[in-house]
Design a protein around this ligand. Sequence first.
Ligand code: MG
Length: 204
Amino acid sequence: MKIICIGRNYSDHAKELNNDVPSEPVFFFKPDTAILPKKQPFYIPEFTKDLHHELEIVVRINKLGKNIKEKFAHTYYDEIGLGIDFTARDLQKECKDKGLPWEKAKGFDYSAPIGEEFIKVNEIENLNDLNFSLYKNGERVQIGNTKDMLFSIDRIIEYVSQFVTLKIGDLIFSGTPAGVGKVEIGDLLEGYIEDRKLLSLKVK
Ligand code: MG
């Protein structure tokens, strides 16, 4: 499986990092080794001094597809959850400044923890108006709503599948809203969609 991540999909987050708002989706990959095994704590790697959380809605692909049209995209997934796109912001800045790829800042081992539980899409009233939030040590640090995505999940699937075949089990991290910030040893990260807690992660 592969992990496809969308960058700059919420304009308030693009602005907080002084990035331009993109005119088409921006994507990058994390390898399958970025998945954190269930119930494991996350250990901050030694190569970064500025590790950031990015809470994102995650879509699990359930059908093989290529060149998928936006209007059929909803038939390629039936559940969503939450994940954290951990980012070594200091390494990412170095890469960006040099015009180099971001992989070492984004794709390192266990950089993509996902929640224990996913929600069936048919249980969701409106996928394009869904609140989600991240609490760090009990304090809300990120809040987003899927209606503020620059590119909807279905548009992302259309766009990405022009270039890359989607396979069963692939995950799409659909971008983070504003409020990204540093995590420290001892932090507890908890992610919610509306009032359902779907993710809980201890940082060590
Ligand atoms: Mg991200």
